[in-house]
Design a protein around this ligand. Structure first.
Ligand SMILES: Cc1ncc(COP(=O)(O)O)c(C=O)c1O
Length: 329
């Protein structure tokens, strides 16, 4: 992702903390596309990043900037992948890392943090409970709080997704992007990248419809979108097999909703059974063992096809955010 260095907020290349993140492949999914009547269905496979998820982009950026700012201690609440990624980049940068994660998170997410030398704290509940614990622990501000959207740099790393998609699609963006939405950083980051590229004259002013995919067990954005609550501040969600989607009170809610409004997309939610069966279908049909968060995208796409919201001729991209290997237990 550091090929986009001039558009990222690190000033000195010597401060870049990299493990080879980014430029993940876009893979055609013809076997799944056929029965759905779609001509062009592809998946960008972010599971091939260091530590197995797209969180590597944000953390490579945030830890690089932390290094540039002379920071030595970082703390993060996480649904799993962000904690593993932060631990790895902190190890590489020689920084202390504290990760606060829900106790029910699958084993691999916990063990990788410890292997990278981070201090792991387990909390009952969801990421919102972990965030409260982080705020308590960091009252005196000793740690750099790398919580989603509480610092500006992870978003800049996620932004590289948008640049890459444009480059990989020959500077003509897909018609439709489905994104598994927890805190929404990837979605907001891609949209920022698209706007920057329009401003620089790199791409035309024709942007994809952005669909936020959520789990029925935790669908705060959908509840707000359909007017069943004013905002997600007091939404209480349940755990889901797609653990990255269990973000009941996303801080970037207003930005997520703005991206969907501007793009012409909307939120779609799917059940636990749909998530599991779509993940298995992708593995059996296309040979990709992706995260349940990515599986949720196929389940949501089926809804959009069946209700006529996407057309067979459209270029459709599923943004798979993580690896299925971490969820095997
Ligand atoms: C695999 C996976 N997908 C999606 C998400 C949600 O990402 P965001 O918070 O950027 O919406 C996460 C977050 O933990 C994740 O780990």
């Amino acid at each position: 992702m550091w090929r986009y260095f001039p558009w990222l907020p690190v000033f000195d290349r010597a401060n870049v903390v990299s493990l080879g993140e980014g430029f993940t492949p876009v893979i055609m999914m013809d076997k799944l596309a056929g029965p759905l009547g779609l001509d062009r269905l592809s998946l960008k496979d972010e599971s091939l990043n260091p530590t197995g998820s797209f969180k590597a982009r944000g953390m490579s950026m945030a830890i690089s900037k932390a290094k540039e700012l002379g920071i030595h201690r970082c703390i993060v609440p996480t649904a799993g992948n962000a904690g593993g990624a932060m631990s790895a980049y902190c190890a590489r940068a020689g920084m202390e890392a504290i990760v606060v994660m829900p106790r029910h998170t699958p084993h691999a997410f916990k063990e990788e943090c410890e292997k990278f030398g981070a201090t792991l704290i387990l909390e009952d509940g969801l990421i919102s409970d972990c965030a409260r614990r982080v705020a308590e622990m960091n009252r005196d501000g000793v740690y750099f709080d790398v919580s989603t959207l509480k610092e500006p740099y992870r978003l800049e790393g996620k932004k590289t997704l948008g640049y890459e998609i444009a480059e990989q699609f020959g500077w003509e963006l897909p018609d439709v992007i489905l994104y598994p939405t927890g805190g929404g950083t990837g979605l907001i980051g891609m949209w920022k990248a698209f706007k920057e590229m329009i401003a620089m004259g790199w791409i035309a002013d024709k942007l994809p419809r952005m669909y936020c995919v959520q789990a029925e067990n935790c669908q705060p954005i959908l509840e707000t979108w359909f007017g069943r609550q004013q905002n997600a501040q007091h939404y209480s969600g349940k755990a889901t097999v797609a653990s990255g989607l269990a973000v009941p009170n996303p801080m970037g809610e207003a930005l997520i909703i703005r991206v969907m409004r501007e793009s012409g997309g909307w939120p779609v939610s799917v059940s636990e059974n749909e998530i599991l069966s779509a993940s298995n279908e992708i593995a059996r049909q296309e040979g990709l063992l992706i995260a349940p968060e990515g599986g949720a995208l196929l389940a949501a796409l089926k809804h959009l096809v069946h209700n006529g919201s996407v057309q067979g001729s459209e270029q459709i991209l599923l943004l798979n955010t993580g690896s299925g290997y971490k969820y095997l237990d």
